[in-house]
Design a binder for this molecule. Structure first.
Ligand code: FES
Length: 354
């Protein structure tokens, strides 16, 4: 039979509407107990046969309210979904022509309170009961915010680990402690200022000194050098201060001469001998005990009148010009020399006769 085939909700709705419209059209006849009237010719036979079989609530006429009003489409749909909840109402309805047992209705939890009669028959399924059932079965289910907060708090309290209290650190021994760095004494600000001030002053003084020296050297460069020599003419005293046979040495250090009063070629005279060896220019010494001039360099010897007689000296000592000055003193002039080998000692300018 074709009514064995399961019908979808849409088909059930269509059948319910058709049945509704049929009842609406035949209201009078149905009310008059003409319930066995043949189906509307416009409804397909399969659908018409399936409609009472698929809809447990529709043929049961649960929609027939106590007041005799017909159930609406919503009510019929609710009953179709109500399943067992609509069973009592189905029993109250006239026997359905269904040949097969009515399909097991779905849980009434999905049915809303659109059908009051069905809702009264269905057990109460509110959110709390659903949650309780879900918890009893240890299945996660929807819970309220407050319950979730309470659950999280309890879970946190359970999962919270006890705090581990660390033991106190042992005290560091003295050798493990870092040694403090030696304090560097910073120079006071005033001392630093004095130091920098003195350094700057010293620098300025040095710069000034260098500048002054540079100026003096520049001025000296602008003028020619002057050779400052002792005067070539000088007075040694009166002739009485030079007795006969004496060699005066007191002018040797200052003027480099001996003033001698002795005979030369049998003539007594005063003359001035140059105290320079004729060998290599050393300074001979007058040896009073030996009555000679002796050169310390190579041993040359000279008589009292200056004639060489020993050693490497090749010639006699030289004389300077000498005369009696206007004041009666003896004046020596070193600008003129007289050499014995040249016969210059015969020149009257080379001696003062006594
Ligand atoms: Fe006087 Fe040589 S320098 S002997």
């Amino acid at each position: 039979m074709a009514d064995k085939k399961k019908m979808s909700v849409a088909e059930m709705l269509a059948a319910a509407r058709r049945a509704d419209s049929k009842q609406g059209g035949l209201g009078d006849s149905a009310t008059d107990g003409n319930a066995d009237a043949p189906a509307e010719p416009s409804v397909p036979a399969a659908a018409a046969e399936a409609a009472p079989a698929k809809r447990p609530a529709a043929p049961a006429k649960p929609a027939v309210k106590p007041g005799g009003a017909r159930p609406s489409v919503a009510d019929m749909l609710a009953m179709a979904r109500a399943g067992k909840a609509a069973a009592p109402a189905a029993e109250a309805a006239p026997a359905a022509p269904a040949e097969k047992p009515a399909p097991k209705p779905k849980p009434a939890a999905a049915v809303k309170s659109a059908a009051p009669a069905v809702a009264e028959a269905a057990p109460a399924r509110d959110t709390a009961s659903i949650l309780a059932a879900a918890r009893k079965k240890d299945k996660p289910g929807p819970i309220s915010k407050a319950e979730a907060a309470a659950a999280s708090t309890s879970a946190t309290a359970v999962l919270e680990k006890p705090k581990v209290v660390a033991p106190p650190m042992p005290t560091k021994p003295a050798y493990a402690k870092p040694k403090p760095a030696p304090a560097v004494k910073a120079a006071p600000v005033e001392a630093r200022r004095d130091f920098f001030g003195s350094a700057m002053a010293a620098g300025f003084w040095l710069l000034g000194g260098v500048s002054a020296l540079w100026t003096l050297l520049t001025v000296k460069f602008m003028f020619p050098n002057v050779l400052r020599e002792p005067p070539s003419k000088f007075k040694v005293g009166f002739p009485d201060a030079f007795p006969a046979g004496q060699v005066q040495e007191k002018f040797k250090a200052q003027y480099g001469i001996w003033v001698v009063n002795t005979e030369y070629n049998g003539q007594p005279q005063i003359f001035a001998l140059k105290s320079v060896c004729t060998h290599l220019g050393c300074t001979p010494n007058w040896l009073e005990a030996e009555q000679k001039y002796k050169c310390p360099c190579h041993g040359s010897g000279f008589y009292k009148d200056g004639i060489n007689f020993e050693g490497p000296a090749p010639r006699p000592l030289e004389r300077y010009a000498i005369r009696i000055a206007d004041d009666g003193q003896i004046e020596v002039d070193k600008s003129r020399t007289f050499q014995e080998e040249m016969g210059a000692w015969e020149d009257p300018a080379s001696f003062i006769p006594v």
